[in-house]
Design a binder for this molecule. Structure first.
Ligand code: ADP
Ligand code: MG
Length: 676
């Protein structure tokens, strides 16, 4: 039962099932002192008037508790029979529970109640554990947890919970030892001890994760890689003759970083961060040309079919004049066509391939893959990043590109093993996207505005939310929205396309392509268009039910416009009534287009768990630590981890054996093992 509900199956698990808050039971409250501010109270008093009230399912047990200052009612809706048998009138009890006000009188429903004796009176800080409804029904309440843990701690000796952190680290960072930390986390005698204990266990959690990352990084750094010795004709010709625009300084800088990295004889593992529209693709293309100049093949992997296609078209077009063949490989390409592509890759006659996950299938073999570019990393599992590396006797250089600006603390945790390049400059001539918030009541005006834009020859996106939990309803409102759009936009005058995840992929593809090629004026869509799609002529992004989108998601969507020279607009359409939090999100979007600011706000508002597809990865699964709030500890543990490894890279010193076995254990539990 415990195991199914809370994944607790050993005493050790119980030890790590931390309380999430405490009741202060060091104080007794006088009934006369209870007021509107009272939350939980512990009262000593005498019980009288134990009576059953109500009939059938409404039956309840009521009793009165009094002390020398007043009286309060106690109530039981469940287990009334049992309570009636155990409680005795005119006896002294100690009672603890949440005080509520009901028709002018204070009462406590389902209090914890025990016969009075001097020992139980002052029970210290009482831990509160999370349980589930199912467990509660079986009688496993918070109180049972506290009892279990208490019994456990009566049995365990300090020696049973050995220290894992080296002595010098405990001293240097002023950390409490492990035994006391765990003990005080469950049963703190003072608030101060609880704080010390909590700090220490957070420190340990973050330290272990930073050690794992630092070790991965050491492995990367030690990894031999192909040496790209020269910048050759492909790169230079492209730069001089075929590049359709001047590179921004940021793009040039990143290319230099990549050139340096790939020239060392060590494997490159680099993350390229750049806001939507900052021009990462061209950096990827020129890096691939560098690989070709040195006799290697290169590939670029995108998270969706649409994106892979788009990359394929734009890359083939850019390289067409140079006579460099580019191939596309996705799951949809089958039979003879697929065989031919696989052969081209294996024989090395195909130098550049663009694809989806299909690129990392077992059957795909390269002659000599020198560079793998992974676009929009956050859609790939952390583990998948590694699989490409096993294609040859020597792993290719890896360039991971992401449009999601990642706040520093998160980057340190998610990508701490990678080198980081940042494109912090948009191509020149871009006009800032104008973002406005409109409520449903103003819908007609919004549609009128979009029609005007379309009449000027522009295109518009209209995006609907689609959330797993309410998928069916969301599809219904998407369809209803589509019908509406057909009315707002006279079907005979305007061309409307729709894409969503339930369409067959070729149908979706066809509709998307219509919009990309300018054969549709308005694209009604779900977030399938979120990542990377590039239609420079599109100048309006209308986000329907914007209050239901996360900040990062809205930012990604907004990034679909503002890609050409025209003034672009993003309209956030919401219901007429908004919660404070939704309103705040919308206001952030209206006030800034800076992806980093938005990402930071998003992280602060939502927490890391929901972001960047990391939920499953286990990378951010901390019991106590919070990488937003505990940024300072994170920085400290990162330094400590680096220092420890610089002294003992293989963790062989005797004092590091504790931490080493923790690493091994954690590596097995989480998905960390898969990363390297
Ligand atoms: P993202 O970083 O979001 O992947 P893209 O690589 O798709 O951005 O580039 C967005 C648009 O900007 C493309 O149309 C691209 O051709 C254009 N672009 C990229 N770099 C420059 C530049 N230096 N000058 C002008 N336009 C550029
Ligand atoms: Mg892109």
């Amino acid at each position: 039962m415990l195991r199914q509900e809370l994944e607790i199956s050993t005493f050790e698990d119980l030890l790590y099932h931390y309380p999430y808050r405490y009741f202060d039971r060091t104080q007794l409250t006088k009934i006369g002192d209870i007021n509107g501010q009272t939350d939980y109270a512990q009262i000593a008093g005498t019980l009288i008037n134990i009576t059953e009230e109500g009939e059938g399912r409404k039956k309840r047990l009521v009793a009165t508790l009094y002390d020398d200052t007043g009286r309060i009612e106690l109530l039981w809706f469940q287990g009334a029979q049992w309570m009636k048998k155990t409680l005795k009138e005119n006896e002294r009890y100690i009672v603890f529970g949440k005080v509520s006000l009901f028709s002018g009188y204070y009462n406590i429903a389902h209090p914890e109640i025990e016969p009075w004796n001097a020992d139980t009176a002052i029970a210290g800080m009482q831990p509160v554990y999370s349980t589930t409804e199912k467990l509660k029904i079986k009688g496993i309440t918070n109180r049972s947890f506290a009892k279990l843990t208490q019994v456990l701690f009566e049995k365990v000796q300090p020696g049973d919970i050995p220290e894992v952190l080296p002595e010098n680290i405990l001293r240097q960072y002023n950390l409490l030892n492990r035994y006391h930390s765990l003990r005080w986390l469950h049963f703190p005698d003072t608030g101060e001890h609880e704080q010390m204990a909590r700090y220490r266990m957070k420190w340990e959690e973050l330290f272990i994760s930073q050690l794992m990352i630092a070790r991965l990084r050491l492995q990367h750094i030690a990894q031999q890689g192909w040496k790209f010795e020269k910048v050759g004709d492909h790169f230079n010709d492209f730069f001089r003759l075929h590049l359709p625009f001047e590179l921004t300084n940021a793009q040039k800088r990143v290319l230099r970083e990549i050139r340096l990295d790939t020239g060392t004889g060590k494997q490159m593992n680099r993350l390229l961060q750049g806001d939507v529209g900052s021009g990462k693709t061209i950096v990827a293309i020129m890096s691939m040309l560098l690989a070709l100049d040195n006799g290697f093949q290169a590939c670029i992997m995108a998270p969706t079919e649409i994106l892979a296609q788009q990359h394929y078209f734009s890359i083939s077009e850019l390289l067409a004049d140079m006579g460099i063949p580019v191939k596309l490989l996705t799951g949809n390409i089958k039979g003879k066509a697929r065989k031919e592509i696989l052969a081209g890759l294996a024989y090395g006659t195909t130098p550049i391939v663009v694809g989806t996950h299909a690129l990392i299938e077992e059957s795909v073999q390269f002659k000599n893959l020198g560079l793998a570019v992974i676009d929009e990393q956050h859609r790939f599992g952390v583990g998948q990043r590694a699989r490409l590396w096993k294609k040859n006797e020597m792993p290719p250089h890896v360039l991971v590109m992401t449009a999601t600006p990642i706040p520093r603390t998160l980057a340190m945790t998610l990508y701490g093993d990678l080198e980081i390049s940042i494109i912090d400059e948009l191509p020149p001539g871009r006009k800032e996207i104008k973002t406005v918030h409109r409520r449903d009541a103003a819908r007609a005006g919004v549609m009128e505005f979009i029609r005007n834009e379309v009449d000027k020859g522009r295109q518009a996106y209209i995006v609907y939310p689609l959330i797993e939990e309410s998928e069916k309803m969301d599809y219904e409102s998407l369809m209803a929205g589509y019908e509406q759009v057909k009315i707002w936009f006279n079907e005979n005058r305007y061309r409307i396309a729709m894409v969503h995840g339930r369409q067959k992929s070729d149908e979706r593809e066809r509709n998307m392509q219509r919009f990309v090629k300018g054969e549709a004026d308005v694209l009604v869509a779900t977030t399938v268009i979120e990542v990377g799609v590039n239609v420079p002529n599109a100048s309006v992004m209308l986000i329907e039910s914007a209050e239901r989108f996360g900040l990062s998601q809205m930012h990604q969507l907004r990034g679909r416009v503002g890609r050409g020279a025209d003034q672009s607009y993003c309209v956030l359409l919401t219901g007429n009534k908004l919660s404070d939090e939704s309103y705040k999100r919308i206001q952030i979007m209206v006030s800034t287009t800076d992806g980093f600011k938005i990402a930071e706000q998003d992280l602060a508002m939502r927490g890391p768990g929901d972001m960047y597809g990391t939920k499953q990865s286990g990378v951010l699964k901390f019991k106590l630590a919070d990488i937003v709030l505990d940024g300072a500890i994170l920085e400290e543990t990162r330094k400590a981890a680096q220092q420890l490894l610089s002294q003992d890279p293989t963790l062989s010193l005797p004092q590091n054996q504790g931490i080493k076995s923790m690493l091994v254990q954690q590596g097995r539990q989480s998905h960390w093992g898969k990363i390297s």
